[in-house]
Design a protein around this ligand. Structure first.
Ligand SMILES: Nc1ncnc2c1ncn2[C@@H]1O[C@H](COP(=O)(O)OP(=O)(O)OP(=O)(O)O)[C@@H](O)[C@H]1O
Ligand SMILES: [Mg+2]
Length: 340
């Protein structure tokens, strides 16, 4: 059985920029693919191609069994896209926006009302439900966008960085909504800059860089490749960095990343808590003074350092290069910029 989303050799150039350089993807029905990558990697461009908003220069894509290039209108009927098809109307209230989407999708007035109330509650917008969206903060608008995308549950959903700009509580709420959706059989492609998010939500992860998938697998596969936890130490004196590096190299599994200007050293480890204690003991016995020491989970940067030997070039989470440029009549998906 073909996947719910299938892409083959997608190429898209914008002038000199090769935004997509041969992207292949396969998402089995009822599963979640996390498309993980730094700014400018090609995540949004991939989503726009798969959702018919942008034509690739070459390649092929099938979504919900329908050829994206040959039958874009049919594809649109089978998919949902966070924050785009369900664009927020500034002059309507939050509640009106959600009801309107329900009505557009042929729900009865009563069902549309019920669904709107449910989503307002879920996204913590009940208090602001009767204010016009124009008065919403960035994070509120983002939540309303997402709620609108969830009014109906199409068989295939696309979410482009759904949690960027959300506070931890709302991020958690959205994760739960997404889990419900998938439990109901929806296939989801979601883009993210957060390894932790892909880890939590995705059955499969595809890491993209420079318009190519550079690694893919389950989060366990990826963790096995990049190592699980990291020990991170900040050495007090610059001239003890080399010595600390030697200690970490002996205890860790893999290359020690050294950041000279912050005196920070990081190494992947297995068996974190015990090794952390050992690291501290060893450095202490050598008289290497520390400003900070801790155990942490891998970040997107760790993924890139492990997979490519260099840090993510587009910059890590939290940065934004405003990569979403104008392109015909396609709705802008640069909302995350307004959401912080
Ligand atoms: N309409 C456009 N015109 C010109 N260049 C574009 C356009 N859309 C994307 N690009 C370029 O294509 C590359 C990929 O952009 P894309 O938006 O797909 O990245 P992204 O992975 O979504 O990044 P981000 O994390 O910043 O959202 C970038 O170099 C970007 O500048
Ligand atoms: Mg993007």
């Amino acid at each position: 059985m073909p996947g719910a989303i299938h892409a083959e050799g997608l190429v898209k150039t914008f002038g000199d920029v090769r935004a997509l350089d041969g992207v292949d993807l396969d998402v089995p029905e009822g599963t979640v693919l996390g498309l993980l990558g730094p700014n400018g990697a090609g995540k949004t461009t991939t989503v726009r191609v798969l959702t018919t908003l942008l034509r690739p220069d070459s390649g092929r894509a099938v979504v919900a069994g329908i050829d994206v290039l040959a039958q874009p209108h049919e594809v649109r009927r089978s998919i949902g896209l966070s924050g785009q098809f369900a664009a927020v109307d500034e002059y309507l209230t939050g509640r009106e926006n959600l009801r309107m989407v329900g009505r557009l999708y042929q729900m009865s007035a009563r069902d549309a009302k019920r669904r709107a109330d449910e989503l307002l509650e879920r996204f913590d917008l009940t208090g602001a439900a009767d204010r016009t969206a124009r008065t919403y903060s960035g994070g509120m608008r983002r939540r309303l966008d997402l709620a609108a995308a969830l009014v109906v549950s199409p068989p295939v959903m696309f979410m482009d960085e759904p949690t960027t700009g959300l506070d931890p509580r709302n991020r958690q709420a959205l994760w739960e909504v997404i889990e419900d959706l998938v439990a109901g059989g929806t296939t989801l492609l979601l883009t993210t800059q957060y390894l932790e998010e892909a880890d939590r939500l995705a059955h499969d992860i595809a890491v993209v860089d420079h318009g190519r998938v550079i690694a893919r697998g389950t989060s366990d596969d990826l963790k096995a490749r990049i190592g699980g936890e990291r020990i991170e130490v900040v050495v007090h004196e610059r001239d003890r960095i080399a010595e600390a590096e030697e200690v970490l190299r002996a205890l860790g599994r893999g290359a020690v990343a050294v950041e000279g200007h912050t005196r920070k050293l990081t190494v992947p480890v297995v068996g974190g808590a015990r090794l952390l204690a050992e690291t501290i003991r060893e450095l202490d016995s050598r008289g290497v003074e520390l400003d900070d020491v801790g155990l942490r989970r891998p970040t997107l940067d760790d993924v890139f350092i492990s997979l490519t030997g260099h840090a993510a070039e587009g910059g890590g989470p939290g940065e934004n290069d405003g990569a979403d440029g104008p392109d015909g009549a396609a709705p802008s998906d640069g909302r995350k910029e307004a959401a912080t």
